[in-house]
Design a binder for this molecule. Sequence first.
Ligand code: PCA
Length: 204
Amino acid sequence: MQTVLLTGFEPFDNALINPSWEAARQLEGVPLGEGARIVARCLPCAFATAGEHLTRLISELTPAMVIATGLAPGRSEVSIERVAININDARIPDNLGQQPIDTPVAVDGPAAYFSTLPIKAMVKALRDAGVAAAVSQTAGTFVCNQVFYLLQHRLAGSEVRSGFIHVPSSPPADQPSLVEALRLAVFTAWLTQADVVETGGQVS
Ligand code: PCA
């Protein structure tokens, strides 16, 4: 049985819940066709522990694909992230009170890593289902970007595809739920080998 690891984050910034984990947790055990299933796990929102937690999960579960998710409070669309950058620059302290400013994620790492997921096929599938979605060109410089960077760093050169999705606080009432949006995004990533060529980015 192959495993697709799907992570969400614990609440941060004094919030009571984090929609990324609330959605991801509901996909625990969901089959992805024959021979594969989703395993959902929650990551701590802390620079010192989140990446370590994720890399330990990868060693334990040996997933065939990894998709990490987090909350982007100010965004109204599901953001399929394209790039993780080698910088921590926190606007607020994390859940352990750390607030790194302009420090590298990995001292000897490259400036950036790209997602290895079919990001535009994922955007297209979401839009076709009525979910507001876009390719995002930045995952920010807080814990989500750090985890995304460390994920790509850990899996660089391997066959295991991986990437990051930012979810909005809550989708408008006339759109599918975040659970459904994540389910669709994971299915599309799992079933799509080559990405589609079409516009998926935001014009701004
Ligand atoms: N969002 C934060 C960290 C955890 C989360 O869900 C971010 O975008 O960095």
